[in-house]
Design a protein around this ligand. Structure first.
Ligand SMILES: [Zn+2]
Length: 409
């Protein structure tokens, strides 16, 4: 009896110390996360800015409100800021389509600048790495601006200069279809330019001159190769995952990850479920979701008052035709693989928040400390973690700006 009690006491002591060790690890991760400059290179949240009734200042829930980033949750998740994206869906490429894309891009830029003006005590436009450090240490959110899909520039590429003057510091060439500047990795029609078009090459030159970071996410492998070759400064992938972990044309292979790193670039790892694991398409589900989207219109225009009705119909479809969902572990598999291939100096985070990103166990930005915890558990140091969360990104931005005409003697 005595022996049993002793054994029990020993077991309890071991359990308690394991518990304390786990708590200590969590507390240490929280301290490191809080101390790091935490930036994400792909915040699609500007898509929500025109949603009636939605405000960046309100505390939303992912479940029930179709929103993953706002000021209260950025603070809760220790997200200091990142790149707010001017995203334009690729439409028709005739004159009317080009004008529509031009107008859409300018409107989205205006809505980002309006958001920053309306919440000036909480967020501030960042143009340089020094701005980022200063804004974060003042407790405000670091707000860089990027463009995903250069379609708004198709009618007049010289608009890039205006965008730069108004704050643009990163430029992605394509989205899921080819455009005037180059080939996408996922256009069903295949390659149209065998990489960059002549206009795309000129755009690279212009971005280099202005000090705008070039982003190869979504672009074809040939575009990636040509950007690496042509750009006089390092480039990035703002939200891309590993082809070696899950083979998908939207992901990037290890050889190219090594080439990117060799040229000083950074790959920011995406948390878009369909690019992390194989999720077979269920035709009935696709058809039902399409019908739902026709009934309610695009999510980004959905008034807050209609979200509940929309979501209950969507959840019913999802329950009727369930599909596999990517998890936090799947995300970490991509991230850890990419760190092993690229090295800690060439990896960052771009989780595609409010653009389809987020996985089971990391549904919105409040879960970001989990990444820090998992990196430390995998043996990475505080210094490594700080590079991954923002140090590497700011280094590239500095190199791009140093190589621009503005800093020429
Ligand atoms: Zn994207």
């Amino acid at each position: 009896m005595k022996r049993t009690l002793l054994a029990l006491a020993t077991t309890l002591a071991v359990l308690a110390s394991a518990d304390i060790a786990a708590k200590d690890a969590t507390a240490e991760a929280a301290r490191i996360h809080e101390g790091a400059l935490v930036l994400d290179t792909h915040l699609d949240t500007p898509a929500n800015l025109r949603r009636p009734g939605w405000s960046i200042a309100d505390d939303h829930r992912h479940e029930g409100e179709l929103s993953q980033v706002d000021l209260p949750r950025m603070k809760a998740g220790g997200l200091d800021g990142g790149f707010w994206v001017i995203y334009t869906a690729q439409g028709a490429r005739d004159d009317a389509g080009k004008r529509a894309a031009r107008d859409h891009g300018l409107e989205r830029l205006v809505s980002i600048r309006e958001m920053l003006a309306a919440h000036a005590s909480d967020m501030e436009l960042a143009l340089t790495p020094a701005d980022a450090e200063r804004i974060a240490s003042a407790g405000r959110r670091v707000s860089f601006i990027s463009m995903e899909n250069a379609a708004p520039l198709a009618s007049d590429p010289s608009l890039l200069e205006v965008y730069h003057r108004l704050g643009l510091r990163m430029l992605g060439i394509t989205h899921v279809r080819n455009n005037e500047f180059g080939d996408s990795s996922t256009d069903p029609a295949g390659a149209e330019w065998n990489g960059l078009s002549p206009a795309g090459r000129a755009l690279v030159e212009q971005a280099n001159r202005l000090g705008i970071v070039l982003d190869a996410s979504h672009a074809s492998d040939a575009v990636f190769d040509q950007l690496l070759e042509l750009s006089r400064a390092p480039i990035v992938l703002s939200h891309t995952s590993a082809d070696a972990v899950y083979g998908h044309p939207r992901n990037i292979g290890d050889a190219r990850i090594r080439q990117l790193a060799a040229k000083g670039g950074v790959i920011h790892v995406n948390a878009y479920g369909g690019y992390l694991v194989d999720i077979p398409k269920v035709p009935e589900r696709e058809a039902a979701l399409e019908a739902l989207s026709e009934k309610f219109g695009p999510e980004e225009r959905l008034p807050a008052s209609r979200v509940t009705a929309y979501l209950s119909e969507r959840r019913a479809i999802e329950a009727r035709y369930p599909v596999k969902r990517a998890t936090f572990d799947d995300y970490m598999s991509h991230l850890l693989h990419i760190i092993r291939v690229a090295g800690v100096d060439h990896v960052g985070i771009g989780a595609d928040w409010d653009g389809g990103g987020g996985v089971v166990g990391m549904e919105d930005v409040t879960a970001l400390p989990r990444i820090t915890e998992a990196l430390l558990a995998a043996g990475y140091s505080e210094g490594d973690v700080r590079k991954i969360w923002g140090g590497n990104l700011l280094r590239v931005l500095r190199q791009v700006q140093d190589a621009s005409d503005a800093s020429a003697p």
